[in-house]
Write a protein that binds this ligand. Structure first.
Ligand SMILES: [Fe+2]
Length: 328
Protein backbone atom coordinates (compact mmCIF):
# COMPACT_ATOMS: atom_id res chain seq x y z
CA UNK A 1 0.00 0.00 0.00
CA UNK A 2 2.91 2.38 0.66
CA UNK A 3 3.80 2.41 -3.06
CA UNK A 4 0.38 3.67 -4.04
CA UNK A 5 -0.15 7.44 -4.50
CA UNK A 6 -3.69 6.96 -3.25
CA UNK A 7 -3.51 5.94 0.39
CA UNK A 8 -6.77 4.45 1.48
CA UNK A 9 -7.28 1.50 3.77
CA UNK A 10 -7.97 -1.39 1.38
CA UNK A 11 -11.64 -2.05 0.89
CA UNK A 12 -12.58 0.74 3.30
CA UNK A 13 -16.34 0.18 3.69
CA UNK A 14 -16.98 3.92 4.05
CA UNK A 15 -15.44 4.72 0.68
CA UNK A 16 -17.08 1.73 -0.93
CA UNK A 17 -20.50 2.89 0.26
CA UNK A 18 -20.14 6.63 -0.20
CA UNK A 19 -17.81 7.34 -3.12
CA UNK A 20 -19.69 9.55 -5.57
CA UNK A 21 -22.45 10.13 -3.03
CA UNK A 22 -20.78 12.06 -0.19
CA UNK A 23 -17.74 14.20 0.54
CA UNK A 24 -14.68 12.08 1.33
CA UNK A 25 -11.05 12.93 2.14
CA UNK A 26 -7.97 10.70 1.91
CA UNK A 27 -4.21 11.04 1.48
CA UNK A 28 -1.86 10.90 -1.48
CA UNK A 29 1.85 11.39 -2.11
CA UNK A 30 1.81 12.93 -5.59
CA UNK A 31 4.39 15.52 -4.61
CA UNK A 32 6.96 12.70 -4.36
CA UNK A 33 6.57 12.08 -8.11
CA UNK A 34 8.74 15.14 -8.81
CA UNK A 35 6.20 16.31 -11.40
CA UNK A 36 4.93 19.31 -9.43
CA UNK A 37 8.06 21.21 -8.33
CA UNK A 38 8.82 24.69 -9.66
CA UNK A 39 11.13 23.51 -12.47
CA UNK A 40 8.69 20.81 -13.62
CA UNK A 41 5.77 23.28 -13.57
CA UNK A 42 7.69 25.96 -15.49
CA UNK A 43 8.61 23.40 -18.14
CA UNK A 44 5.03 22.14 -18.28
CA UNK A 45 3.61 25.64 -18.73
CA UNK A 46 5.94 26.22 -21.69
CA UNK A 47 5.12 22.90 -23.34
CA UNK A 48 1.35 23.00 -22.78
CA UNK A 49 -0.60 23.94 -25.93
CA UNK A 50 -1.83 27.52 -25.55
CA UNK A 51 -5.35 26.69 -26.71
CA UNK A 52 -5.71 24.56 -23.58
CA UNK A 53 -3.92 26.91 -21.20
CA UNK A 54 -5.89 29.77 -19.71
CA UNK A 55 -5.20 32.47 -17.16
CA UNK A 56 -7.87 34.16 -15.08
CA UNK A 57 -8.07 36.73 -12.34
CA UNK A 58 -10.89 37.59 -9.97
CA UNK A 59 -12.02 39.76 -7.07
CA UNK A 60 -12.31 38.69 -3.45
CA UNK A 61 -16.12 38.76 -3.02
CA UNK A 62 -17.54 35.27 -3.74
CA UNK A 63 -20.85 36.83 -4.88
CA UNK A 64 -19.27 39.11 -7.49
CA UNK A 65 -18.58 36.53 -10.16
CA UNK A 66 -18.65 39.30 -12.76
CA UNK A 67 -15.12 40.09 -11.53
CA UNK A 68 -13.87 36.85 -13.09
CA UNK A 69 -11.72 37.76 -16.08
CA UNK A 70 -9.92 35.83 -18.79
CA UNK A 71 -6.41 37.02 -19.64
CA UNK A 72 -3.59 36.91 -22.19
CA UNK A 73 -0.36 35.15 -21.13
CA UNK A 74 1.73 37.11 -23.67
CA UNK A 75 5.14 35.56 -24.41
CA UNK A 76 6.42 35.12 -20.89
CA UNK A 77 8.45 32.03 -20.06
CA UNK A 78 7.15 29.30 -17.79
CA UNK A 79 9.30 30.45 -14.87
CA UNK A 80 8.23 34.08 -15.35
CA UNK A 81 4.58 33.08 -15.35
CA UNK A 82 5.06 30.91 -12.29
CA UNK A 83 6.69 33.83 -10.47
CA UNK A 84 3.74 36.08 -11.38
CA UNK A 85 1.27 33.49 -10.11
CA UNK A 86 3.20 33.28 -6.85
CA UNK A 87 3.14 37.08 -6.41
CA UNK A 88 -0.09 38.16 -8.12
CA UNK A 89 -3.76 37.18 -8.22
CA UNK A 90 -3.86 34.67 -11.04
CA UNK A 91 -5.31 31.25 -11.75
CA UNK A 92 -3.67 29.08 -14.42
CA UNK A 93 -5.62 26.14 -15.81
CA UNK A 94 -3.72 23.57 -17.87
CA UNK A 95 -6.55 21.60 -19.46
CA UNK A 96 -6.53 18.11 -20.98
CA UNK A 97 -3.38 16.95 -19.17
CA UNK A 98 -4.17 13.35 -20.07
CA UNK A 99 -4.08 14.18 -23.77
CA UNK A 100 -1.06 16.47 -23.85
CA UNK A 101 1.46 14.92 -21.45
CA UNK A 102 2.31 11.23 -21.40
CA UNK A 103 3.83 11.15 -17.91
CA UNK A 104 0.84 12.90 -16.38
CA UNK A 105 -1.51 10.66 -18.35
CA UNK A 106 0.20 7.63 -16.85
CA UNK A 107 -0.01 9.26 -13.44
CA UNK A 108 -3.77 9.90 -13.73
CA UNK A 109 -4.47 6.40 -15.00
CA UNK A 110 -2.35 5.08 -12.13
CA UNK A 111 -4.36 7.09 -9.61
CA UNK A 112 -7.63 5.68 -10.87
CA UNK A 113 -6.09 2.19 -10.96
CA UNK A 114 -5.08 2.57 -7.31
CA UNK A 115 -8.55 3.81 -6.38
CA UNK A 116 -10.22 0.91 -8.15
CA UNK A 117 -7.86 -1.51 -6.38
CA UNK A 118 -8.60 0.02 -2.98
CA UNK A 119 -12.32 0.80 -3.24
CA UNK A 120 -14.37 -2.32 -3.79
CA UNK A 121 -16.91 -2.01 -6.61
CA UNK A 122 -15.49 1.25 -7.96
CA UNK A 123 -15.15 1.30 -11.74
CA UNK A 124 -14.57 4.55 -13.61
CA UNK A 125 -14.06 5.71 -17.20
CA UNK A 126 -13.73 8.93 -19.26
CA UNK A 127 -10.83 10.12 -17.10
CA UNK A 128 -9.64 13.69 -17.63
CA UNK A 129 -7.42 16.06 -15.67
CA UNK A 130 -6.69 19.77 -15.40
CA UNK A 131 -3.67 21.08 -13.54
CA UNK A 132 -4.53 24.18 -11.51
CA UNK A 133 -1.72 26.56 -10.50
CA UNK A 134 -2.99 29.57 -8.59
CA UNK A 135 -2.01 32.54 -6.45
CA UNK A 136 -2.16 32.51 -2.63
CA UNK A 137 -5.35 34.64 -2.67
CA UNK A 138 -7.10 33.28 -5.78
CA UNK A 139 -10.63 31.88 -5.66
CA UNK A 140 -12.95 29.87 -7.88
CA UNK A 141 -16.59 30.96 -7.75
CA UNK A 142 -19.58 28.79 -6.92
CA UNK A 143 -20.32 26.27 -9.67
CA UNK A 144 -21.34 22.69 -10.38
CA UNK A 145 -19.74 20.08 -12.66
CA UNK A 146 -21.49 17.38 -14.68
CA UNK A 147 -18.95 14.57 -14.12
CA UNK A 148 -17.58 13.36 -10.79
CA UNK A 149 -14.73 15.47 -9.37
CA UNK A 150 -11.62 14.57 -7.44
CA UNK A 151 -9.29 17.33 -6.25
CA UNK A 152 -5.75 16.11 -5.56
CA UNK A 153 -4.18 18.94 -3.61
CA UNK A 154 -0.39 19.12 -3.87
CA UNK A 155 0.99 22.53 -2.80
CA UNK A 156 -0.28 25.47 -0.69
CA UNK A 157 -3.47 25.47 1.35
CA UNK A 158 -7.03 26.10 0.22
CA UNK A 159 -10.54 26.09 1.65
CA UNK A 160 -13.22 24.14 -0.18
CA UNK A 161 -16.97 24.64 0.39
CA UNK A 162 -19.23 21.80 -0.75
CA UNK A 163 -23.00 22.39 -0.80
CA UNK A 164 -25.96 20.00 -0.88
CA UNK A 165 -27.11 18.96 -4.36
CA UNK A 166 -30.67 20.15 -3.89
CA UNK A 167 -32.78 23.31 -3.94
CA UNK A 168 -31.95 26.12 -3.30
CA UNK A 169 -28.27 25.31 -3.86
CA UNK A 170 -28.87 23.79 -7.29
CA UNK A 171 -32.21 22.97 -8.91
CA UNK A 172 -33.03 20.08 -11.20
CA UNK A 173 -33.92 22.52 -13.99
CA UNK A 174 -30.45 24.08 -13.72
CA UNK A 175 -28.82 20.65 -13.89
CA UNK A 176 -30.95 19.77 -16.90
CA UNK A 177 -29.86 22.97 -18.64
CA UNK A 178 -26.21 22.14 -18.01
CA UNK A 179 -26.60 18.57 -19.29
CA UNK A 180 -28.03 19.68 -22.63
CA UNK A 181 -25.59 22.57 -23.06
CA UNK A 182 -28.11 25.37 -22.66
CA UNK A 183 -26.31 27.00 -19.76
CA UNK A 184 -22.87 27.15 -18.17
CA UNK A 185 -21.84 25.46 -14.94
CA UNK A 186 -21.77 28.85 -13.19
CA UNK A 187 -24.93 28.91 -11.06
CA UNK A 188 -26.62 31.41 -8.70
CA UNK A 189 -25.02 31.77 -5.26
CA UNK A 190 -25.67 33.62 -2.02
CA UNK A 191 -23.39 33.76 1.04
CA UNK A 192 -26.30 32.46 3.15
CA UNK A 193 -25.70 29.09 1.43
CA UNK A 194 -22.45 28.77 3.40
CA UNK A 195 -24.36 27.81 6.58
CA UNK A 196 -25.27 24.53 4.87
CA UNK A 197 -21.86 23.80 3.37
CA UNK A 198 -19.22 21.32 4.35
CA UNK A 199 -15.99 23.29 4.77
CA UNK A 200 -12.61 21.63 4.30
CA UNK A 201 -9.18 23.21 4.69
CA UNK A 202 -7.00 21.20 2.34
CA UNK A 203 -3.35 20.64 3.07
CA UNK A 204 -0.76 19.31 0.61
CA UNK A 205 -1.11 15.55 0.33
CA UNK A 206 -4.88 15.51 0.78
CA UNK A 207 -7.42 14.47 -1.82
CA UNK A 208 -11.13 15.31 -1.67
CA UNK A 209 -14.10 14.15 -3.67
CA UNK A 210 -17.79 14.94 -3.30
CA UNK A 211 -21.18 13.81 -4.51
CA UNK A 212 -21.82 14.28 -8.21
CA UNK A 213 -23.56 17.60 -8.95
CA UNK A 214 -22.71 19.08 -5.54
CA UNK A 215 -22.10 22.83 -6.00
CA UNK A 216 -18.72 23.92 -4.69
CA UNK A 217 -16.33 26.87 -4.49
CA UNK A 218 -12.71 27.23 -3.49
CA UNK A 219 -10.65 30.00 -1.84
CA UNK A 220 -6.88 29.74 -1.53
CA UNK A 221 -5.51 30.40 1.96
CA UNK A 222 -1.72 30.49 1.63
CA UNK A 223 1.17 29.82 -0.71
CA UNK A 224 1.34 28.97 -4.37
CA UNK A 225 -1.47 26.47 -4.84
CA UNK A 226 -1.05 23.44 -7.09
CA UNK A 227 -3.86 20.92 -7.49
CA UNK A 228 -4.65 18.22 -10.00
CA UNK A 229 -8.39 18.28 -10.71
CA UNK A 230 -9.51 14.98 -12.21
CA UNK A 231 -12.92 14.10 -13.56
CA UNK A 232 -14.43 10.73 -14.34
CA UNK A 233 -17.68 8.96 -14.95
CA UNK A 234 -19.20 5.82 -13.49
CA UNK A 235 -22.30 3.96 -14.60
CA UNK A 236 -24.26 5.58 -11.74
CA UNK A 237 -23.00 9.04 -12.74
CA UNK A 238 -23.92 8.39 -16.34
CA UNK A 239 -27.41 7.34 -15.21
CA UNK A 240 -27.83 10.56 -13.20
CA UNK A 241 -26.84 12.72 -16.18
CA UNK A 242 -29.12 10.79 -18.53
CA UNK A 243 -32.09 11.12 -16.17
CA UNK A 244 -31.67 14.91 -16.08
CA UNK A 245 -31.32 14.98 -19.86
CA UNK A 246 -34.41 12.84 -20.29
CA UNK A 247 -36.40 15.07 -17.92
CA UNK A 248 -35.37 18.13 -19.94
CA UNK A 249 -36.87 16.72 -23.14
CA UNK A 250 -39.89 15.40 -21.27
CA UNK A 251 -40.64 18.94 -20.10
CA UNK A 252 -40.08 20.33 -23.57
CA UNK A 253 -42.51 17.87 -25.12
CA UNK A 254 -45.06 17.98 -22.26
CA UNK A 255 -44.99 21.51 -20.78
CA UNK A 256 -46.29 21.77 -17.25
CA UNK A 257 -45.46 18.20 -16.33
CA UNK A 258 -43.03 17.47 -13.53
CA UNK A 259 -40.41 14.75 -13.70
CA UNK A 260 -38.52 13.12 -10.87
CA UNK A 261 -34.71 13.20 -10.75
CA UNK A 262 -34.68 9.84 -8.94
CA UNK A 263 -31.87 7.70 -10.33
CA UNK A 264 -32.83 4.35 -8.80
CA UNK A 265 -35.50 1.99 -10.04
CA UNK A 266 -37.32 1.08 -13.22
CA UNK A 267 -38.46 4.59 -14.16
CA UNK A 268 -34.92 5.94 -14.12
CA UNK A 269 -33.73 2.97 -16.18
CA UNK A 270 -36.51 3.57 -18.71
CA UNK A 271 -35.59 7.25 -18.95
CA UNK A 272 -31.98 6.36 -19.61
CA UNK A 273 -32.97 3.79 -22.20
CA UNK A 274 -35.32 6.33 -23.79
CA UNK A 275 -32.70 9.04 -24.12
CA UNK A 276 -30.24 6.55 -25.63
CA UNK A 277 -32.80 5.42 -28.21
CA UNK A 278 -33.88 9.00 -28.94
CA UNK A 279 -30.29 10.02 -29.68
CA UNK A 280 -30.24 7.53 -32.56
CA UNK A 281 -33.51 8.70 -34.12
CA UNK A 282 -33.40 10.86 -37.26
CA UNK A 283 -34.25 14.47 -36.56
CA UNK A 284 -33.46 14.24 -32.84
CA UNK A 285 -31.40 17.23 -31.84
CA UNK A 286 -29.61 17.24 -28.54
CA UNK A 287 -27.26 20.04 -27.64
CA UNK A 288 -24.06 18.49 -26.37
CA UNK A 289 -22.46 20.03 -23.31
CA UNK A 290 -20.27 22.78 -24.64
CA UNK A 291 -17.60 24.96 -23.17
CA UNK A 292 -17.95 28.58 -22.23
CA UNK A 293 -15.20 31.15 -22.48
CA UNK A 294 -14.88 34.72 -21.31
CA UNK A 295 -13.51 37.47 -23.57
CA UNK A 296 -9.88 38.48 -22.97
CA UNK A 297 -9.97 41.60 -20.78
CA UNK A 298 -6.47 41.67 -19.23
CA UNK A 299 -2.89 40.64 -19.84
CA UNK A 300 -0.37 39.40 -17.33
CA UNK A 301 2.20 42.06 -16.45
CA UNK A 302 4.89 41.71 -13.76
CA UNK A 303 4.81 45.50 -13.18
CA UNK A 304 1.00 45.79 -12.69
CA UNK A 305 -0.84 45.37 -9.37
CA UNK A 306 -1.51 41.65 -8.83
CA UNK A 307 0.34 41.16 -12.16
CA UNK A 308 -2.96 42.05 -13.90
CA UNK A 309 -3.03 44.79 -16.55
CA UNK A 310 -6.59 45.55 -17.66
CA UNK A 311 -7.12 46.09 -21.39
CA UNK A 312 -8.87 49.28 -22.56
CA UNK A 313 -10.67 49.60 -19.24
CA UNK A 314 -12.78 46.68 -20.42
CA UNK A 315 -15.55 45.60 -18.10
CA UNK A 316 -15.69 41.89 -17.36
CA UNK A 317 -18.69 40.01 -18.70
CA UNK A 318 -21.29 38.92 -16.18
CA UNK A 319 -21.95 35.76 -18.15
CA UNK A 320 -19.52 33.51 -19.99
CA UNK A 321 -19.90 33.17 -23.74
CA UNK A 322 -20.65 29.87 -25.43
CA UNK A 323 -17.77 28.91 -27.71
CA UNK A 324 -18.11 25.14 -28.05
CA UNK A 325 -14.73 24.44 -26.47
CA UNK A 326 -13.71 22.63 -23.31
CA UNK A 327 -14.40 24.30 -20.01
CA UNK A 328 -12.36 24.26 -16.85
FE1 LIG B 1 -15.50 22.20 -10.09
Amino acid sequence: MTDSPFKLVPQDPVWQAKLGRETLVASHNLEASGLFGDAALADLIERHPRQDLSVNTMGDDPMQRNEWREGDLKDFSGSELLEMVQRGRLWLNLRKMVIHHERYRDLVHGLYGDMEAQVGGFHSFEHSANLLISSPTAQVYYHVDAPLNILWHIRGTKRVWVYPRQDPFVSNSILEGIMVGERSEEIPYHTSFDESAEVLDLQPGQVVTWAQHSPHRVVNLAGLNVSLSTEHMTRAAQRRNNVHMSNHFFRRWFPGCTASAEVEGCTAAMKEFGIRVARRMPGFHQDARKGYRFPITFEVDPQAPNCVQLLNKAEPKAEPQLVGAGQA
